[in-house]
Design a protein around this ligand. Structure first.
Ligand code: ZN
Ligand code: ZN
Ligand code: ZN
Length: 418
């Protein structure tokens, strides 16, 4: 059976998150989205950890369910224990800042990590704590305490806080994790990059690419996700599927242009550049004369040793989605926060099942029965990758238009760049 899993989210104890990021709302929204297994996020935060201990019941297989939902007839949302830690340190004379996603096999194991860290670091200040610790040392602590844990570089390519980030990262996993590298068997591609881009690096052939939402509000759950086909749902099988890629059906991806750091640029100076244009300007902003924020496409091009379009033999497939509310908003010519978009969204969910089911699986004739031709057309265009892409840059989200699709024409610019 297929299970949709989103590992990376944040609780209401993380900075700039919705107060609705509590377990009850997460449970509710996972069902709306069609997610079966959801990361708890933020297990390192003392208050959130207390919530987890109080409200979750173990299924004795590394997954948890809400106590209040345990006897209900509806389908359960399973929780898996996760957190994100920001490592800020110096290595080889360079300042490094990178985020690690931590996935734990149990609350007990997570508690041991917290006990180990809390004496030396402040875990209370933020759901995603900032620790002055070398990422390799942190990985070692976690894997020593719990060999079944997973340590996964988060949103691997974003400029400021990522393992391969242009501003603060490394050029390879080895440079960061040294002899521990074989134990770092997966990276999170992040919203601004997709598997196709990552497949341009032969040194990532042995690394599994996973995708998560990094949601700060319930509505953003499952912006990206992972689909596993497992004979039995438990932590061990999820771990194996990531490690071996057997049973890893596909990832669900943003069009990478929609991410906040796809292209290069300066938001305040109004500069958006392709990597090619940046190079022409020696990566200097023509307005303020300071260094441009080099996006994900630029970094991938710098480190790539293959042309765009190559597909490694063991690669996990992917499917693109555009969030349903964005499709509805475009079809109705409204903003996605308007009331009418909200009403149509929930009416569609009621008639069509979960958002993932509507976006990915629902047959064309059924779609056309439950919604307008424009909205159905937008969903189908997204499935066929008939979209127009305006790439994001320097923290500004890109835009994907599903109604004025221009096929894959925009992709040519990327191929040309390499
Ligand atoms: Zn992060
Ligand atoms: Zn995060
Ligand atoms: Zn500038």
């Amino acid at each position: 059976m297929n299970y949709i899993v989103d590992f990376h989210i944040h609780s209401r104890y993380s900075r700039a998150t919705s107060k609705n990021m509590n377990l009850e709302k997460l449970d509710e929204w996972a069902k709306i989205k069609g997610i079966q297994v959801l990361g708890t996020g933020d297990f390192t935060h003392p208050q959130w950890f207390k919530d987890l201990e109080k409200k979750l019941v173990s299924e004795d297989n590394g997954l948890y369910v809400l106590k209040s939902k345990i006897t209900g007839k509806e389908e359960k949302t399973y929780f898996i224990i996760t957190s994100e830690i920001s490592c800020v340190y110096k290595k080889n004379d360079k300042a490094r800042r990178l985020h690690l996603l931590i996935i734990m096999p149990s609350l007990e194991a997570a508690k041991k990590i917290n006990q180990r860290l809390e004496g030396k670091y402040n875990l209370e200040s933020d759901g995603r704590p900032i620790l002055g610790i070398d990422a390799k040392e942190l990985a070692k602590i976690i894997l020593d305490i719990s060999p079944e844990a997973m340590v996964i570089p988060a949103h691997a390519w974003t400029p400021w806080y990522a393992i391969f980030g242009s501003m603060s990262g490394f050029d390879s996993l080895e440079e960061c994790f040294e002899e521990l590298t074989p134990k770092i068997f997966a990276i999170e591609t992040g919203l601004s990059s997709d598997p196709l881009m990552n497949w341009q690096l032969s040194k990532l052939d042995n690394v599994t690419l996973i995708s998560n939402s990094d949601a700060h509000s319930p509505e953003n759950l499952g912006r990206e996700a992972n689909v596993f086909n497992l004979t039995e749902l438990n932590y061990k099988n999820i771990y194996q599927a990531i490690k071996t890629r057997k049973g890893f059906e596909h990832t669900i991806e943003f069009f990478p242009e929609e991410g906040k750091y796809h292209f290069d640029g300066h938001r305040l100076c109004g500069i958006v550049f392709t990597p090619e244009e940046s190079l022409k300007h020696k990566n200097i902003c023509p307005v303020c004369k300071k260094e441009l924020v080099l996006g994900v496409l630029h970094r991938v091009n710098d480190l790539a040793d293959r042309a765009y379009g190559f597909r490694p033999a063991e690669a996990v497939p992917y499917k693109y989605i555009v969030p349903l509310k964005e499709i509805i908003a475009e079809a109705l010519n409204k903003t996605k926060i308007s009331k009418i978009v909200d009403i149509e969204y929930f009416s569609l969910i009621k008639k069509g099942g979960s958002e993932f089911h509507i976006l990915l699986d629902l047959e064309e004739d059924k779609l056309k029965k439950i919604t307008s031709l424009e909205i159905a057309g937008g969903i189908l265009n997204a499935r066929r990758e008939k979209v127009t892409r305006s790439p994001g840059y320097d923290g500004v989200y890109g835009r994907i238009s599903v109604l004025n699709g221009s096929d894959k024409a925009k992709k040519i610019s990327q191929e040309k760049l390499f």
